[in-house]
Design a binder for this molecule. Structure first.
Ligand code: ZN
Ligand code: ZN
Length: 223
């Protein structure tokens, strides 16, 4: 079973509709999928409303859980807390930060701002995250992503090594933008092992922590 909390649809720069994304994910062995299109601060209400309409029909007929959310992308670091809060207020069940990937000019300080905001659940592709930031992520119960996406994955080894040494909660997401990017169980496991995650931690990374994150998101849905 795959848990994947970071994917894109045609509502930003992905190619699939939310419904088709859910269908293909289900066929790949997903238990849950997060829809997290790129946002700044505008138009979040519209995105979440559309996701919820599509999620309703998907979950009514198919055995997959769809988490609706956003990926805060290239928001000024000093504005991340405000943008994250407004996304949550708009009904986002998960807030992912487009973290400091080595392949894009994300503003330095973005990872730290998100970790300290109290409204961000996952630092996507955290890049060269520091030891102090990882410690704060642990304190604030923020998940750190190991990315299956080309380019963003270049710092997976750093994230996994630091995360494991300090005791952070690591998860593996696809950051899918097209059907072929969606994970399958063996490939997700391979990405985790390739990042240097120890065999003994695989169940935590691929099952226990994703379940914990999913429960957090579902609690927001009900509340
Ligand atoms: Zn994108
Ligand atoms: Zn993304």
């Amino acid at each position: 079973m795959v848990f994947d909390f970071h994917t894109h649809t045609y509502w930003s720069d992905g190619v699939l509709s939310p419904v088709e994304q859910a269908r293909r994910a289900l066929m790949n062995g997903y238990r849950a999928i997060g829809l997290t299109d790129h946002v700044g601060i505008g138009n979040v209400e519209h995105l979440i409303t559309q996701f919820k309409r599509e999620r309703e029909i998907v979950e009514r007929y198919w055995d997959i859980t769809v988490v609706v959310g956003v990926e805060l992308t290239h928001v000024p670091a000093a504005g991340i807390a405000e943008a994250a809060k407004s996304a949550r207020d708009a009904g986002a069940e998960i807030v992912v930060l487009h973290g400091e990937t080595p392949v894009e000019p994300v503003e330095p300080g973005s990872d730290a701002a998100a970790i300290d905001s109290g409204y961000v659940d996952v630092i996507g592709h955290p890049g060269h995250i520091t030891e102090d930031e990882v410690r704060r992520a642990i304190q604030n119960d923020v998940f750190l992503e190991v990315s299956a996406r080309g380019g963003h994955c270049l710092t997976n080894g750093h994230v996994a090594a630091l995360g494991q040494r300090l005791g952070a909660k690591l998860i593996v997401n696809s950051d899918a933008h097209s059907p072929s990017d969606l994970l399958k169980p063996d490939f997700q496991r391979s990405v985790a092992l390739g990042a240097g995650i120890e065999h003994g931690l695989l169940t935590s990374v691929l099952e226990d922590w994703p379940q914990e994150l999913l429960q957090r998101c579902l609690a927001r849905r009900e509340g």
